[in-house]
Ligand binder design. Sequence first.
Ligand code: NIG
Ligand code: FE
Length: 388
Amino acid sequence: MDLLIRNIGKIFDGRKIINEKEIYIENGKIKKIGGKERAEEVIDADGNLVMPGFIDSHTHIAFAGYRDFEINWKVEGASYMEISKRGGGILYTVRETKKATKERIKKEMMERARDMFHHGTTTIEVKSGYGLDRENEIKLLEAINEMDAEATIVPTFLAHAIPEEMNEEEYTDYVIDEIIPEVGERKLARFADVFCEEGYFSVTSSERILRAAMQHGMTPKIHADEFSCCGCSRLAALLKAASADHLLETGEEEMKLLASNNVVATLLPATPFVLNEKYADAVKMIENGVDIAIATDMNPNCYVSNMQFIIQLAVYRMRIPVITALKAATLNGAKALGIDDMKGSIEVGKDADILITSVKTPEFIPYHVGSNLIDVVVKDGVPYYLKQ
Ligand code: NIG
Ligand code: FE
């Protein structure tokens, strides 16, 4: 099947604006940009902006156990750590996730992935991490791998929290001996991630887990410097992780290390938004040459599926320039997932994951807050018409 998108106003190609008017797609790949063609199916973009599908490179949508009850505690000003002491937090979701069957997890996760797709997200990284024990972590990873979603799914094993019945060292040994070998052998995850934070995994435990995962074929990622600084981002640089994520507390020295080791800084502004905290210092990261990606962090604490809202927070709250924010939501998200050779930009030969928006300029995406600005999602060359 072939497809022609014609009458395009502007194209954001993943890096910059180009002024071509047509994109020709064949067998799911971008074949030609600019220059008229004929095709079996033709879409008139109506002079609107066309751009790559969003790459949501950090999510935790594999769970059961919503935490809407925490909202009132947040209104009272409770911190993330206080909320978990009051019986909310990760361990609440772990208890609910353990009770859920794999089929239920898969069904709920697919509904979340579909909602994301309907807001323009064509690739979704999904972490495990709410199972904690071997059986339940494997259940989550199987569900992630078996999911039949419109979007491309990239699975990650996440060592997320210490279960109540073990201490940190015991659980770190358990993850290394009981979980990682099976995940590696069955190729259930492309990445391994650790929540490196006081009260969760220390830098030492994180390093042990990530080195074991690397030996089993996974690429490291780290939840780093979210509430305290900064050993975790140093570890990300040392291990040449694909990305270091959150980075609210990261200092300038660490930013330089991320840049020189080609580690993508994945910023998740919806998390400080829902926790009423400060945002990562994106301006300083950009000054120091760090590649920035932005993602939703969608999870039961931060239940955000729309990457357009993330772009809005990036621009208004972190002062990231519009084109840089769009690149962070597309090409740099793909880089954080090691798939930037195939996805994240509109280039000849790449996968045809393309959005036709309802707006004329890139500025309009952060400007028009809170609406869905996507008209058509093209996934592997197949158009899904959202507004008919
Ligand atoms: O990335 N920070 C750790 N993990 C998640 C939150 C998980 C949860 O609160 O359920 C995050 O924000
Ligand atoms: Fe996260």
